[in-house]
Design a protein around this ligand. Structure first.
Ligand code: SAM
Length: 291
């Protein structure tokens, strides 16, 4: 990477970042994290890790940039069509039926690691569409959280290009969006259901009694132990009938299988097991904390 060899190595950089900025990069899978950090160091014109220490000191915004680079933000509306088809055909109708039988009017969904908001808005658009056909009135609460402040700012703004909304089913576009110049703004009808906040998944869950947690394409970036701790928090934050959706290329590790059973393997839809204990290990890490 450099013309001058580093005296320090990447682990010293990550511990410096952890002690000075409260951000623990070591929880991310080390090979990807190292590659991205080294690439960034070259991009900003530093010749080695020592230079980058000084660069971080002189550029207060750099730490946010670095965090964004380590945690990639690729997302989209109605991403993974078969997951949304399954939600529309089975999972959400069953959820609505159960709510109606229980006499409950609140549906609570958490999109954890929601990036720029498309995922959280997609659930609100789909559920709003399904609930329109019902005579009962439901309180729909969709929470979107992400560790990236920039992403949450974009999510709250709710303004997307025409290209971004192409995967939204046509019959849901008019209730979901309003034209705004050459872009499309999330309609007030949908916006009222969705609340965003900056939240680090290493801190305790900000929500409880959730019906569904969607955490797709996030855990894949973390080391094994960290994934287990987060899954355990999700277990506690769900109601007894709660469900969890992971990303298509993510799997539940064997040591977490006592907490969830896989109900739709293809779409990575899991159901909470009541027999599972959701206890966090005593040495629970909470680096960074919530902002
Ligand atoms: C690839 S995006 C996934 C977006 C969306 N869930 C999807 O599948 O379309 C991964 C997101 O996880 C977020 N993330 C990474 N580490 C996180 C953490 N510790 N706490 C909360 N979010 C985190 C990133 O900022 C990024 O926006």
């Amino acid at each position: 990477m450099s013309t001058r060899k580093s005296v320090l190595d990447i682990s010293e950089l990550t511990s410096h970042i952890s002690s000075h900025y409260g951000i623990d990069l070591s929880v991310y899978r080390s090979s990807c994290m190292k590659r991205r950090v080294m690439h960034r160091i070259v991009m900003v014109g530093c010749e080695n890790i020592e230079d980058y220490f000084f660069y971080l000191d002189k550029h207060p915004d750099e730490i946010e940039r670095l965090k964004d680079i380590v945690t990639i933000h690729v997302t989209g509306f109605f991403r993974d069509q078969d997951v949304f088809r399954k939600l529309q055909m089975d999972i959400f109708p069953e959820l609505i039926k159960r709510k109606s039988e229980e006499g409950s009017e609140v549906i609570r969904i958490w999109s954890a690691g929601c990036s720029t908001g498309e995922e959280a808005y997609s659930f609100a658009i789909l559920l709003d569409h399904l609930l329109q056909k019902r005579s009962e009135k439901y309180d729909l609460e969709v929470f979107g959280t992400d560790v990236s402040e920039d992403s949450i700012r974009t999510a709250r703004e709710g303004l997307y290009s025409e290209e971004k909304i192409t995967r939204v089913p046509n019959h849901m576009k008019s209730s979901g969006f309003e034209p705004d110049g050459d872009r499309f703004r999330i309609s007030n009808r949908i916006r009222k259901y969705v609340k965003f906040r900056v939240h680090d998944l290493f801190s305790p869950s900000p929500y409880s009694m959730l019906d569904l947690i969607v955490c797709r394409n996030v855990l894949i970036h973390f080391e094994h132990d960290i994934r287990g701790q987060i899954i355990s928090r999700f277990h506690s934050a769900l109601c007894d009938e709660g469900m969890l959706i992971l990303g298509k290329s993510e799997a539940l590790e064997m040591d977490s299988e006592y907490m969830f059973e896989m109900v739709v393997p293809r779409s990575k839809i899991l159901k909470k097991k009541l027999t599972g204990k959701s206890q966090l290990p005593v040495t629970n890490q909470t680096p960074g904390g919530e902002k």
